[in-house]
Write a protein that binds this ligand. Sequence first.
Ligand code: GZL
Length: 320
Amino acid sequence: MQSNRRTAIQGAAALTLAVTMPLAFGQKKITLGFSQIGAESEWRTANTESVKSAAKEAGIDLKFADAQQKQENQIKAIRSFIAQKVDVIAFSPVVETGFETVLKEAKAAKIPVILTDRAVSTKDDSLYVTFMGSDFLEEGRKAGRWLVEKMKDNKGEVNIVELQGTVGSAPAIDRKKGFEEVIKADPKFKILRSQTGDFTRAKGKEVMQAFLKSDAKKINVLYAHNDDMAIGAIQAIEEAGLKPAKDIIIISIDAVKGAFEAMMQGKLNVSVECSPLLGPQLMKAVKEVVAGKPVPKRIVTEEGIFPMEVAAKEFPKRKY
Ligand code: GZL
């Protein structure tokens, strides 16, 4: 354990050094083109902040494009980066499919591409250098395992409603899959309804209102693929005269500040961590790619899980 800790610290120190090293005299400034999905959630805002501050810290010239959650805007931005002959392109693909053509154009232009946060589904993994981000399947499994433990003494049916993330996005697909993989072991768990809330508070509230109106069966649990939709749903649950986290158990993912605040108010039961702080890792990888050094094909972010019981203690330490 001690040596792991030492390795982690050395790693962190190396990381800091790598991203804060000033340019050697005469060294050309690296230009990074970054296509961000949008500003749909607290998570995304924190991710943007991490990328921008890390680029500044690393002395990397960042060309940043916000796609307002539209794939066509991401494709346009990537084409613009190619035309500008940036050194590296990085982006968080809003959905898993539909990027192959533009990635082939980047490859033809000999511009390396780094995937951050979300992945694309492609058979040709030469189209990107590395994918760095969370293991969304494991995040779904963690949510499922927490619920199984929470409900272990419940003999009757456990009726679940699910607020999915953006349709076709890697987190929505895998968080659903991981959660179902765990709960299918016990037939008492039933997903009554599952619909996208597109990762936003507004849509999460709207869909939860529809769930509450339409389900004759008592809803026991809400599983939300991110905290923003959970926070929107909490408003709908309260407006329906029910007590969130008591009448309806609420599980969500990201562990952003808003989730800790809801847990401290006793309105959210648990949030599975999904760290948006990918900026330093991204800038380190950019420098390594430009220097022609090897970069692992997959860089996984290490993450935890925060039940409401620990929220007050953990909140002061949170960085996003
Ligand atoms: C996950 C990220 C998701 C977050 C949402 O890595 O892509 O997108 O869970 C965000 O909050 O909108």
